[in-house]
Design a protein around this ligand. Structure first.
Ligand code: LIP
Length: 270
């Protein structure tokens, strides 16, 4: 069934995202035990397993079966163009290092973008049995229940999640930033998955999140879940999320964290 010649219905895109994220999550969960490193990407610590590739392959196949004219951008397989105006942004396993070590914090993230805006999303956290879903302007849900992020807390009482990149120079800069952040907040969490962190803002598992050096597949789907739950999700200098910076929190806390981070400067490239 192809809906690609009609204006895309975000609810239909969400349903498809949920469907493929569920199937890919099941496949990845079955393959987690005993999984090993298949290859490395940007640096020796940036690993890929055969399940990252298998899950992405499954997602691509299912999406193109349902909507053959859509474009796809995936973490493992790169970009494929389309003609329908819909682009899927896919992270088959976000938190691959956790996945490799048998930890529960990894997720399958599938987002649909129309005219450059993410309009529908699914984030499946199989080890927790959680399926997050969202539609632009239509709210976010966890296992069918509407999500509303808890109110902001002051910065000095905020549990702040962050992450570190795969390049040594970037990590050294991230450590310098952390030196300024850590004494000013309740505590820091480094879970190893931007998708788990961002969806965690919607459920109140943490209060704020920031990270530099991410890719669109890291924030596309979970960013919509967070923003539809009332979280502000942005980037450097008041702009949208980008590889430079993703920052997310309820608005008042967002501003305080942004003020703290802004003078600490951009990362070393890489
Ligand atoms: C991961 C991100 C995480 C970041 C890691 C890595 P991957 O994605 O979700 O926030 O700190 O360095 O980029 O590589 O597991 O898909």
């Amino acid at each position: 069934m192809s809906t690609s010649h009609h204006p895309p219905d975000p609810e239909e895109l969400r349903a498809l995202a949920v469907h493929v994220a569920a199937e890919a999550g099941e496949l990845a969960a079955e393959g987690q035990r005993g999984v090993t490193v298949l290859d490395t990407k940007s640096s020796p610590t940036d690993v890929v397993t055969k399940m990252d590739r298998a899950a992405e392959e499954l997602i691509r196949t299912r999406l193109l079966q349902a909507r053959p004219d859509d474009a796809i951008l995936g973490e493992e397989g790169g970009g494929e163009s389309g003609t329908s105006g819909v682009r899927w942004i896919v992270d088959p396993i976000d938190g691959t290092v956790n996945y490799l070590y048998g930890s529960p914090d990894w997720a399958v993230a599938v987002a649909a973008e129309v005219d450059g805006r993410v309009v529908a999303a699914a984030v499946n956290v199989p080890s927790r049995g959680e399926m997050f879903e969202a539609v632009l302007g239509g709210g976010a849900r966890l296992d069918g229940v509407v999500l509303r992020a808890p109110d902001a807390v002051p910065l000095d009482r905020a549990l702040v999640a962050t992450g570190f990149g795969y390049f040594p120079e970037r990590r050294a800069q991230q450590a310098r930033v952390l030196l300024e952040v850590l004494p000013r907040v309740r505590d820091i969490r480094r879970r190893g998955s931007a998708a788990v962190d961002l969806t965690g803002l919607a459920t109140g598992r943490c209060d704020a999140y920031y990270e530099r050096g991410l890719h669109p597949w890291d924030w596309a789907a979970p960013g919509l879940v967070a923003s539809e739950a009332g979280v502000r999700v942005g980037g450097a200098g008041g702009g949208p999320p980008s590889g430079d910076l993703v920052i997310a929190a309820r608005p008042e806390l967002y501003e305080a964290l942004d003020r703290l981070l802004a003078p600490l400067g951009a990362d070393t490239d890489g």
